[in-house]
Design a protein around this ligand. Structure first.
Ligand SMILES: *Cc1c(COP(=O)(O)O)cnc(C)c1O
Length: 411
């Protein structure tokens, strides 16, 4: 156990009335600006997790704030039984920028995944193959917390206690093409994967496997679903991570959320017209999904996230981080085991417990996320400046020193 710092002692006591599904850090923030978060007692933190890749344009981004304010004074909500001009506009922006022809808007990542799974199954049903229901997912994946999403990822700890595993979901090892070839058959509907796994510890699929999966899907009529909820919208230095394959492994369906609203809850399921052929009137819906408030913020966010200069900036900052973290790995071999991920979805695999390391980082006023395989993840705002990146490295280095000294003292 680490000692309580002054800020922690002053932090509000967690409520007894919140369902206890999170182990929360004893820190509460009241204000943010760019990559800075300020606690209720005025302490500044450098935010290199950005609400787990949500605040991709930083906190209180003036363009997003203005878009929300302007819309808030006009119209919040109507209903999906009416035409919503903001939806038409954002869907046009997203389809022009991607493989997709059509978009369904929801309120979260898990809902985008639900829509993706339903779209895939309904496609086969509409094409006269109702037996094709199996969704193939992978170890270390994370697709959200609804029942279908936890079944699709197959992570045992998220499934335990929630009744029988649903039929039609298969979990395979990560990046194992032979296992995939053996598993795809007459009842396969779709393969679902994150081109760069987030929660699983910032693991990127190899290009060769993604290309082979796309080819296998084409040969077998299997639909390919990408979950780019975390790795998409600029995070890897291209607008979507699949673009790094230059058209050789485009998906048929894709789930997007997180950065799409920059903190306003919004998600989207993108699909080709062919894949979405079963999604006819009445087959799916949402009360709030794509309401005018969400669309106003989403349009402003996508206008910023698609700017070539922002994507170039991501690649530059990512290059700096990669070089620096490689240096830290050399200098702290007893702490840093591996550097992984892509762009500004950075995973640092540790030899010391990652939960403790996150506390060491917080003691330096640096906020980072955890991840699978004993990683910590850095998911900073995409407009993090190089000066802020330097500051993050200095703080991270001091956290490495603390972790190393503690490991030595314990040995
Ligand atoms: C966050 C996340 C989800 C779930 O999104 P929610 O908005 O929490 O439902 C799904 N997939 C990936 C890859 C994510 O990072």
């Amino acid at each position: 156990m680490t000692e309580k710092t002054a800020q922690q002692a002053a932090a509000p006591v967690p409520s007894d009335h919140i369902m206890g599904v999170y182990q929360r850090a004893p820190l509460a923030f009241e204000r943010g600006e760019g990559a800075r978060l300020y606690t209720t007692d005025g302490e500044a933190y450098l935010d290199c997790m950005a609400g787990i890749a949500v605040n991709a344009l930083g906190h209180a981004n003036p363009k997003l704030v203005q878009a929300l304010k302007d819309q808030a004074e006009k119209l919040w909500h109507t209903s999906n039984i009416f035409t919503i001009p903001g939806q038409e506009k954002l869907a046009t922006m997203l389809t022009e920028a991607t493989f997709a022809d059509v978009v369904f808007f929801g309120n979260s990542g898990a809902e985008a995944i639900e829509c993706a799974i339903k779209t895939a199954r309904k496609h086969h049903w509409a094409n006269g193959n109702p037996e094709r229901i199996d969704i193939i997912g992978f170890e270390g994946s994370f697709h959200g917390r609804t029942l279908a999403a936890v079944n699709a990822s197959g992570n045992a700890s998220y499934l335990e206690g929630f009744g029988p595993k649903m039929p039609g979901f298969i979990q395979l090892p990560f990046d194992d093409l032979e296992a995939i070839k053996a598993a795809v058959g007459d009842t396969t509907a779709a393969i679902i994967l994150e081109p760069v796994q987030g929660e699983g510890g910032a693991r990127a699929w190899t290009d060769a496997t993604l290309r082979a999966i796309r080819q296998l899907c084409d040969e077998t009529g299997t639909l390919l679903i990408y979950d780019e909820i975390q790795c998409g919208l600029g995070r890897t230095g291209r607008l979507f991570a699949y673009e790094w394959l230059d058209g050789a492994a485009d998906p048929d369906i894709m789930a997007v959320a997180k950065a799409l609203g920059g903190g306003f809850p919004v998600g989207a399921c993108l699909a080709t017209a062919r894949a979405a052929n079963g999604m006819t009137p009445g087959s799916h819906g949402s009360t709030y999904g794509g309401n005018p408030l969400a669309m106003a913020v989403g349009i402003a966010a996508v206008q910023e996230l698609t700017k070539p200069e922002l994507l170039a900036h991501v690649r530059e900052v990512a290059g700096y981080f990669n070089q620096q973290f490689t240096g830290l790995k050399d200098r702290f071999p007893d702490v840093v085991v591996d550097i992984r991920g892509k762009g500004l979805l950075i995973g640092v695999q540790l030899a010391t417990p990652n939960r403790e390391f996150m506390q060491h980082a917080r003691d330096e006023h640096l906020l980072i996320a955890g991840g699978g395989e004993n990683c910590v993840r850095l998911l900073p705002p995409l407009n993090l400046t190089l000066d802020e990146a330097r500051e993050a490295i200095e703080k991270f280095e001091r956290a490495c020193e603390t972790a190393r000294d503690r490991a030595k003292a314990a040995a």
